[in-house]
Design a protein around this ligand. Structure first.
Ligand code: FCB
Length: 440
């Protein structure tokens, strides 16, 4: 036993999302999603790339599950596409779409993997966007119906259900910065979306539990710690202020039942659809939560973002700084009463080359993975209740506004032939799983 040996029941997994891998964007009765619309609009995605075909996982899921099996994964985190199942967002169900997820879940279970399902990883039915999308509170009720339908169909095999992936990205990257679908740049819309998404989360949790009380319900948040450039009081307070204004907007309502004063100051004037009872709905106790962790922000005393000359940066221009994962976890478990945690995403994009021997030697991704697993284990020894780790991502895939230019996979995908090749980092991860231990 070394320090980096994990508990015997630790869950080792990998994650994906429907729009990023499935393709088959208009097959078998699937409705249009906001990402179909967005990527089909010029100048939204690098190179005009779309998820029309992506990794063609819709047709190749059996091969992909075989890969997961070869890697020795214990669990697979994926999302379901709402418009594939309910093309206009509410009402008529597309049975062929539902059947696809039924077959997928059967195949996951047959490979001895535990399915972790996310109901919303950003592909809203366009028909609902046409009625105001998440800015319209009715979308939250439509989401609850969709959640109930999925639980009824898959709840006999899927035990772990996440309502949303990264509500902050849904609200702000999609509606304030305009970089993701639906592409708005409007503060009011963004804050209303944020609130309604939290209401939808609360309704979703109720729908999951009403349909099957033995299931586990949670949500996946992305958090970037803001850390000071130096330990001067100016830097420390600048970083702390930005953390409170930016990163507590979902944490406080979900885990404390109220907005933090710092984020409510901006949000209040926009929350025109706030109802009594919302905060209780939003802050229902959860069985688990998921953290997507990639990097940190470093802040100067003037509140500016700074780069650290000595640090390594990934293709996304995100700093590699694994110790900040441990610092973040320890702080979160001091500040909040949190349920058990899964790290639901963690990974890095680097340029990969297929070498003459047909292999993908990706030492930087491997090292990123290793450093973050070590810090995960150390945070557990500090007392943080981490139950599992999901690498982002199983496959190279459609990286949103960056199209196919950023590769995060443990498995390389040749988009011309759809050939999959396990990278060195994937082979290394398989060894870690086999031994349940990160080698020194
Ligand atoms: C997260 C997303 C995921 C992927 C990674 C790189 O924000 O949840 O879909 O794009 O970033």
């Amino acid at each position: 036993m070394t320090t980096y040996t994990f508990p015997h029941n630790f869950i080792w997994g990998a994650a994906t999302a429907s729009y990023q891998i499935e393709g088959a964007w208009n097959e078998d009765g699937k409705g249009e999603s906001i990402w179909d619309r967005f990527s089909h609009t010029s100048n939204k995605v690098t190179g005009g790339h779309t998820g029309d075909t992506a990794c063609d996982h819709y047709h190749r899921y059996e091969e992909d599950i075989e890969l997961m099996h070869r890697l020795g994964l214990k669990a697979y985190r994926f999302s379901t596409s709402w418009p594939r199942i309910i093309p206009s967002g509410r009402g008529k169900v597309n049975l062929k779409g539902l059947d696809f997820y039924d077959r997928l879940v059967d195949a996951i279970c047959a490979a001895n993997l535990d399915p972790f399902l996310t109901l919303y990883h950003w592909d809203l039915p366009q028909a609902l966007q046409d009625q105001g999308g998440w800015e319209n509170r009715d979308t939250a009720y439509a989401f609850a119906d969709y959640a109930a339908l999925m639980v009824k169909r898959l709840g006999d095999r899927v035990k772990n259900w996440s309502t949303f992936n990264e509500p902050a990205v849904v609200a702000f990257v999609g509606n304030l910065y305009g970089e993701h679908a639906p592409g708005f740049k409007d503060e009011g819309i963004a804050y209303r979306v944020a609130h309604n998404v939290m209401v939808a989360h609360g309704l979703g949790v109720q729908a999951i539990r009403n349909a099957n009380s033995s299931l586990k319900a949670g949500i996946v948040l992305n958090l970037w710690p803001f850390e000071p450039e130096t330990n001067t009081p100016e830097d420390l307070s600048a970083a702390e202020n930005i953390w409170k204004a930016n990163e507590t907007h979902f944490l406080e309502p979900i885990f404390k039942g109220h907005y933090s004063p710092e984020s409510y100051e901006i949000a209040e004037k926009h929350l025109t659809t706030f109802k009594d009872g919302d905060m209780a709905l939003i802050s229902q106790e959860l069985d688990f939560w998921g953290l997507n962790f990639y990097s940190r922000h470093v802040i100067s005393g003037e509140g500016e973002f700074v780069k650290v000359p000595a640090s390594e940066y990934t293709e996304m221009d995100w700093e590699v700084c694994a110790p900040s994962l441990r610092r973040l976890l320890v702080r979160l478990y001091q500040d909040y009463k949190l349920p058990p945690l899964y790290i639901t995403e963690n990974g890095s994009a680097f340029q990969d080359e297929v070498s003459a021997d047909g292999k993908i030697h990706d030492p930087r991704r491997l090292d990123y993975l290793k450093q973050h697993l070590i810090q995960t284990r150390l945070s557990m020894l500090d007392g943080v209740d981490v139950r599992g780790y999901f690498a982002w991502s199983l496959l190279d895939n459609f990286e949103w506004a960056h199209g196919y230019t950023k590769r995060f996979g443990l498995v390389h995908v040749d988009y011309t032939t759809q050939k999959r090749t396990i990278k060195d980092s994937g082979e290394w991860y398989a060894q870690v799983i086999r031994k349940n231990e990160v080698p020194e």
